[in-house]
Write a new protein. Structure first.
Length: 639
């Protein structure tokens, strides 16, 4: 009976995660497409891309154009051999989006649980001793993962924290899977060993090698895969020096992981290796900073993170982890255990974290960029500062090590004093010990709550709950657009029917994201993409030249970056708003070269702005559209 209770305690973390995910599913099922989903780099980008793939039926098609930016290659869109893409093949877009969130949390919990429980095996007990106040002794009774439910619970809950971090939604699953590839590589190295010969290493490690080959199915090369290969290469060299033998198993893992990336993202590699088309990435202007500002940038990213990986560590996890970092290493110094400083996993995680921040800063160094351009020309313009994307996991890994050692200390206090003084006199110490055990759980849950209730850009749960409550409970009208309103499918279906719109008729959007048209099956000459031909950018620039000449910040934004190939205002910095009102628009005139737009094959202009100089601009209003399902008023013009 006691054993059964202990085993049940080991699934406490899983039960908490399952309950949370059940509530999330019910929450989104009830609110549905009236949920408030983040727009920037999400609804205005990847959601529209997946919708285009589905609308056109071109997930697996080759040699075809995607219906935006005048017809770019389908190969620039996400690979069909990706778990996240598969969700959009199977489900409607909104359901796929929610399923992606749920899967992200599940994968994060499984990945962290596997990795962390693999680390806290008896042979790793020596790392605990720096936190112990009692004599050194075996800790099998506390550390053996099958006998200690607390290890499983803590690992699951830290995985839960990692899973609910509101990182870049389209890459939530790749982020969540980072600990999984570390687990695969660790088990391969441990089971095969560095002394195993090359051919025997393949046979002995075939299971892990196969899983490593498949790993890119849940990852993403440009954001994470490239850097995982880089870290693995460094690890091979490091372990070769340490073991004085080359680990053939890890060498084969490096090869198979590279092949797996090529296989699962073959479209990307085909463009990278075999296309000679000059893209906008080659003409994007890199910002360079002086050394002092580079240091400042590195420190800022260490403390604050960045938009796509806003993990909120600065509010709780970072102060707690830095305090323990100080205690840990002072303890090592007092014990004169210098070797321990360099072999503790906690210090290793912190070292990698700092390294990632330094790399982020060095990205803005002209000297470093020149060296890369000279030595590795294909990497010119590559955003190698994405090493920062691994920092959310590293903060979580450090937190796990901290709370697990805190828990062990609590168990040690209780056990030591019971043995020395008997259970009766150990009562006060038992309270202290239990407080430390409970505290290990509390630290994690505080971090989780901070993430769930913080209004970060990608916290869809928070924004949906808040804005829905304001509207339904307090009767306050929201100016923000929910998912259904943002895309307004019913309204655009009505417009297409009235216009007799046919596939292949290219259009542009004014005063709204082109993604809205793309999602609704309308072909666009404009769009948002960080990788399209420079020649098309130049052709589209002729269209918007009159606006760019009037607003210098817009000219710089387009000429030096250009990923948002939009119609710009000739007065306002931005007229594209994910709001019901258009209060930011101060000028209803449009400034375009209508002849250049006509030469690109434009049929219609869909506008949220009633254009006041339509006749002068060479365009004609066809009709104005509204319906009760949408807050939009859409003005459709022809050239």
């Amino acid at each position: 009976m006691k054993r059964r209770v202990r085993e049940q305690k080991g699934i406490l973390g899983i039960c908490i995660v399952a309950l949370f995910l059940l509530l999330v599913i019910v929450f989104y099922a009830v609110i549905g497409e009236k949920s408030y989903i983040s727009v920037q780099d999400n609804l205005d980008l990847f959601m529209a891309q997946f919708a285009m793939l589905k609308n056109e039926g071109i997930f697996f098609t080759h040699g075809v154009s995607a219906p935006f930016l005048g017809g770019v290659s389908r190969d620039v869109l996400p690979s069909e051999f990706s778990l996240y893409t598969v969700l959009y093949m199977i489900f409607p877009p909104f359901v796929a989006y929610v399923a992606g969130y749920v899967l992200k949390v599940i994968i994060a919990v499984i990945s962290c649980r596997l990795l962390f429980l693999d680390i806290v095996t008896p042979d790793e007990a020596r790392f605990y001793n720096v936190f112990s106040t009692g004599p050194k002794r075996p800790f099998q009774e506390f550390i053996e993962k099958k006998k200690d439910p607390h290890a499983s619970n803590l690992a699951s809950l830290v995985g839960f924290l990692y899973g609910v971090l509101n990182l870049f939604p389209a890459f939530g699953i790749p982020f969540a899977s980072v600990p999984l590839i570390i687990f695969f590589l660790r088990r391969l190295y441990k089971e095969v060993g560095p002394e195993t010969e090359a051919l025997r290493a393949i046979v002995k490690g075939r299971r892990w090698l196969f899983l490593i080959f498949l790993y890119p199915f849940i990852s993403y090369f440009s954001y994470l895969g490239f850097f995982i290969l880089g870290y693995l290469f460094v690890a091979i060299i490091w372990l070769w020096i340490k073991d004085k033998k080359l680990s053939w198993s890890l060498v084969f893992a490096l090869i198979l992981l590279g092949i797996g990336n090529v296989v699962f993202e073959y479209r990307l590699f085909s463009m990278m290796l075999f296309s000679d088309t000059q893209t906008i990435r080659e003409t994007m202007v890199q910002t360079y900073l002086p050394f002092k500002e580079i240091v400042g940038e590195s420190f800022d990213i260490f403390v604050n993170g960045m938009m796509h990986v806003d993990d909120l560590h600065k509010f709780f996890v970072m102060p707690v982890c830095l305090l323990y970092l100080l205690v840990l290493n002072v303890r090592y110094i007092v014990k004169r255990d210098i070797k321990g400083i360099f072999t503790d996993y906690y210090n290793l995680c912190f070292l990698i974290l700092v390294f990632n921040c330094l790399v982020y800063g060095l990205y803005y160094s002209r000297i470093v960029e020149h060296v890369i351009e000279t030595l590795i020309p294909p990497l010119t313009g590559f955003q190698y500062n994405r090493t920062i994307f691994f920092n959310p996991f590293l903060w979580c890994a450090m937190l796990f090590i901290l709370v697990y050692r805190l828990y062990l200390l609590g168990k040690e206090i209780i056990s030591d004093h019971e043995k020395r003084h008997g259970a009766r006199s150990a009562a006060s110490y038992g309270v202290l010990g239990r407080a430390l055990v409970i505290g290990s759980y509390v630290l994690i849950m505080v971090a989780v709550i901070i993430v769930l209730v913080s209004p970060t850009k990608y916290n869809d749960l928070y924004h949906t709950a808040k804005l829905t409550a304001r509207e339904k409970v307090f009767g306050h009208e929201n100016d923000a657009l929910n998912y259904e309103e943002f895309y307004s499918t019913a309204l655009f279906n009505e417009i297409k029917t009235d216009l007799g719109y046919e596939k292949g008729q290219y259009c542009v959007a004014y005063g709204m994201h082109p993604a809205i048209l793309e999602y609704n099956g309308i072909y666009t000459l404009d769009g948002y993409l960080g990788f399209y031909s420079q020649s098309y950018k130049e052709a589209f620039r002729e269209v918007i030249a009159p606006a760019l000449e009037r607003v210098e910040p817009s000219r710089i934004y387009f000429d030096e970056w250009g990923a948002r190939c939009y119609l710009y205002s000739g007065t306002d910095l931005s007229i594209v708003m994910a709001t019901k009102s258009m209060t930011g628009v101060t000028d209803n005139d449009i400034y375009i070269n209508s002849e250049a737009l006509k030469n690109l094959g434009c049929k219609y202009i869909f506008s949220r702005i009633d254009i006041s100089n339509a006749e002068d601009a060479g365009i004609t209003l066809i009709n104005t559209y509204q319906n009760a399902s949408s807050p939009y008023t859409i003005y459709v013009y022809s050239l």
